[in-house]
Design a protein around this ligand. Structure first.
Ligand SMILES: NC(=O)C1=CN([C@@H]2O[C@H](COP(=O)(O)OP(=O)(O)OC[C@H]3O[C@@H](n4cnc5c(N)ncnc54)[C@H](O)[C@@H]3O)[C@@H](O)[C@H]2O)[C@@H](O)CC1
Ligand SMILES: [K+]
Length: 502
């Protein structure tokens, strides 16, 4: 499923209407009807429903929903913000259809006080005020209407976007509709996956309005959600006659005397995700501590690493930021025919050797959180958070690497500019150590998947699913530990494999 910016959505609508010939009024009919069908199971006969309509095409969708509600005899008031003559195009057409089908409306300008009273009596409000066409802070009278909707006790169902939320996300401080349900047309907009916009959507529903796939291909939308179906079709098969050497001989350079746990967690993540052979390079003082948790691994001292012996290298978790560990990053980068995964303190050192990235033959994957990304790019964390998609893509393309920008919706960017969004996981993962586990999972998958991209995306997806599994069955979001995540990988993998043919 694609994820689009406001400009991409407008271009896709335009292509569907002008090139394909699927008229805007038909798309609007599809949109309104499809939303109504999805909304129906949530409605009760005794509900008092207010449909609130703005001046653009979002309002037009509202007229279709209002007609569907009327046809099913729901108690509905339709409130219109602009004067009648201000409605144009497809919205005007659907207002006409609604009137000729027997519908009536009330204008907020004419009955402002009645509207304020009524909005508090509704049990359901349909927000069809503003959609992808909004620019900046909602102006009067929209802002006041939005405030009234937010103060009411009604269940609020937003059409396409909660009104006032910018489709592209980014920072905003103005008031916008706080929806309980948002019915997003055709495909998610960027706002659904960015802060603070994501918090306004309530439960999101994707509504198919019939725009043909060719419209997305022609607009070359390079961003999409990585779904369960993607995982099921790309999880690796383990061949019956395969041997340990066929599933990756990996070197994990991680851990320090202060942070032995990071090495253990990354190792455990890799071992639980099917790596064939794992060698861990940590300071010798902590071999015993780490090997208690990763008995299946072998160990090599930092001075004796033979980089060429491995199919891939992961480095960074708990490595430490001392100068003495920086040369390991340089060495790993210099062995440019070996795939490399860099995380945590490895990213700290990477900043000094960033020019080496472009010289490499084999792929590089980095897994920064916003703080690490800020340091790498020279931007602030706020700037990263406000432009997650743009900054991750620019960095991946400029340096020819895969960037896994972690967060509530982890964004995976490829060297050729494609982006994939993960929507699994929850706040249980907002703890030290869970990133180390993810590094291990990605590392192990790198050796076992047909494509590096599906290895990364599957690891991120499953890592999130493990958190969801734990909080669904046995833990609260508070008490999940990174080591619990490593322990629950098997049950989640088992469930996925049960659903595949592998
Ligand atoms: N043919 C299409 O393009 C389709 C569009 N659809 C709907 O149309 C929406 C987009 O329609 P529009 O482009 O007409 O835009 P909107 O309906 O989102 O709103 C545009 C109107 O709001 C005004 N406006 C913009 N910023 C404002 C602000 N800050 N304060 C107050 N008013 C403001 C504009 O002047 C314009 O009149 C989508 O979100 C979707 O709901 C659907 O009907 C499907 C088909
Ligand atoms: K809306």
């Amino acid at each position: 499923m694609h994820i689009v910016s406001r400009e991409e959505m407008q271009a896709i609508d335009h292509y569907a209407i002008e090139t394909i010939g699927l008229q805007g009024a038909i798309l609007m009919e599809n949109a309104g009807r499809a939303i109504f069908q999805k909304l129906l199971p949530l409605l009760k006969k005794e509900d008092r429903i207010g449909v609130i309509i703005g001046k653009g095409n979002n309002g037009g969708d509202g007229f279709v929903i209002a007609r569907c509600l009327m046809e099913k005899s729901f108690q509905t008031d339709v409130w219109v913000v602009p004067a009648k003559k201000e409605l144009t195009g497809d919205a005007q057409s659907h207002m006409g259809i609604y009137f000729r089908a027997g519908g009536t409306v009330r204008f907020i300008q004419d009955e402002h006080n009645t509207f304020l009273k009524k909005v508090n009596e509704y049990t359901v409000v349909i927000d069809a005020l503003l959609g992808t066409g909004v620019h900046g802070e909602p102006r009067s009278p929209y802002l006041g209407v939005i405030q009234s909707v937010n103060q009411s006790q009604a269940m609020v169902a937003a059409v396409d976007l909660p009104s006032g939320v910018p489709a592209n996300g980014g920072q905003f401080t103005h008031e916008a509709v706080q929806a309980d349900h948002t019915y997003t047309l055709q495909c998610p907009k960027l706002a659904m996956y960015t802060k603070p916009a994501a918090a306004y959507f309530g439960t999101s529903h994707i509504v198919d309005i019939g725009i043909p796939n060719i419209a997305f291909r022609e607009q070359e939308v390079l961003r999409r959600l990585w779904t369960r179906e993607d995982v099921l079709t790309s999880l690796p098969k383990r061949e019956a006659f395969s041997h340990k050497g066929a599933h990756g001989k990996g070197l994990l350079i991680a851990g320090s005397t202060e942070m032995p746990g990071a090495a253990a967690l990354a190792a455990k993540g890799a071992l639980r995700s099917g790596i064939g052979l794992l060698t861990i390079s940590t300071p010798e003082e902590i071999w015993t501590a780490v090997s208690t948790h990763a008995v299946e691994a072998t160990y090599v001292s930092r001075d004796d690493i033979q980089f060429d012996h491995y199919d891939g290298i992961a480095l960074g978790p708990g490595l430490g930021r001392e100068k003495s560990t920086a040369h390991l990053v340089k060495k790993a980068l210099s062995h440019d025919d070996i795939p490399l995964l860099i995380d945590a303190d490895g990213l700290f050192h990477l900043k000094s050797y960033i020019k080496l990235l472009k010289k490499r033959q084999a792929p590089v994957v980095i897994t920064p959180h916003p703080g690490e990304m800020a340091r790498l790019t020279g931007l602030t964390i706020k700037e990263i958070e406000n432009n997650r998609f743009q900054t991750a893509k620019a960095f991946a393309v400029n340096h020819g690497i895969y960037v896994v920008l972690k967060g509530k919706y982890t964004v995976i960017s490829t060297p050729d500019g494609n982006q994939f969004v993960n929507d699994t996981g929850n706040a249980a993962l907002a703890k030290g150590g869970t990133g180390d586990v993810l590094t291990g999972m990605i590392f192990a998958f790198m050796f076992q998947h047909q494509s590096l991209l599906s290895a990364i995306c599957n690891a991120v997806h499953l890592h999130g699913m493990v958190a969801e599994h734990l909080t669904l069955h046995s833990h609260s979001k508070l008490d999940v530990l990174a080591s619990d995540v490593t322990q629950a990988i098997p049950v989640v993998l088992h469930n996925f494999y049960r659903d595949t043919v592998c």
